[in-house]
Write a protein that binds this ligand. Structure first.
Ligand code: AMP
Length: 279
């Protein structure tokens, strides 16, 4: 595995791959790599000649009161995971390399960022779109891999690629979960033991919502209530939102249908967790 920290080194490595006619698969990450990232890397490995992964904790997508400073960072462990998953090229830029000055021109997401995560985290999805746009330009992959875990981010990236004619194919990968259902996340490391036990309610609640749909409920409020009841009742949590939305626009739906996304964000102690299921 080749490790590069600069765009120039990255470019010469990807140019060489391009000259060989090799298709590049790309997995952008913020590090603290876990089984969710590994699933993306394995899929990229299976579908491409050359696999590029990036590790960059992007300050543009963190709000002023968010966890940028304490976000878990472990370069040695990340490199071990990338090598074990057969990555060819690891791109590990520092902040000065990616943003030598704060970018003056940025992407702004429209209505898609006025809902759910966009409301709770102003500027977050703009910051994600801006860094992913730059990374896609730097790496030039045929395919780029994203997790369904961050369903609204995925919708934003898909829309960005369509709206702005990026030549990259976006591949969505299913959410990887712990045996008890909790979606694997770098932020799970923040949870104390009791919080970690409580956190299992997210997936149980979303599953209850999906079960209500499977049992024939078509009123979105009824599907959402089935999930909300578990979060608010026994667990005593106050979700930021529990919402059944269209997977492309993230707008509320009038009637529950297969393929829609039931999403939630819940604060467990100081840690904000997000998860979703597809009906
Ligand atoms: P992050 O490092 O958190 O920015 O995530 C990098 C990529 O991994 C994103 O496309 C995420 O959606 C994806 N990802 C994170 N957690 C999971 C998971 N549990 N299952 C599948 N993909 C995930």
């Amino acid at each position: 595995m080749l490790e590069v920290a600069s765009s120039a080194e990255l470019r010469s490595a990807t140019d060489a791959a391009g000259q060989r006619g090799a298709g590049i698969g790309f997995v952008p990450t913020m590090g603290a790599l876990h089984a969710g990232h590994r699933a993306l890397l394995a899929r990229a490995r299976a579908e491409n000649d050359v696999v590029v992964a990036s590790v960059f904790v992007n300050p543009l997508q963190f709000g002023p009161a968010e966890d940028l400073a304490r976000y878990p960072r472990d370069r040695g462990a990340d490199l071990a995971v990338l090598a074990a998953e057969g990555v060819d090229l690891a791109f590990l830029p520092d902040e000065r390399e990616m943003w030598p000055a704060p970018p003056e021109v940025r992407l702004q997401v429209g209505g898609l960022a006025d809902r759910l995560e966009g409301l709770a985290r102003p500027g977050h999805l703009d910051g994600v779109a801006t860094v992913v746009a730059k990374l896609l330009h730097l790496v030039g992959p045929a395919r780029a891999y994203f997790g369904q875990k961050d369903a609204q981010q995925l919708a934003v990236i898909r829309r960005m690629v369509d709206d702005l004619a990026f030549p990259n194919q976006i591949v969505a990968c299913p959410t990887v979960r712990e045996p008890d259902g909790l979606a694997v996340s770098s932020r799970n490391a923040y949870l104390s033991a009791p919080e970690r036990r409580l956190a299992t309610v997210l997936y149980r609640a979303l599953s209850a919502g999906r079960d209500a749909f499977r049992a024939g409920r078509r009123d979105p409020a009824a599907v959402e209530a089935a999930a909300r009841d578990l979060l608010e009742g026994p667990a005593g949590l106050q979700p930021d939102y529990v919402a059944l939305v269209d997977p492309a626009t993230f707008e509320p739906v009038k009637q529950a249908e297969a393929g829609q996304v039931l999403a939630t964000a819940v604060r467990v102690g100081r840690t904000r967790l997000i998860d979703n299921v597809i009906l």
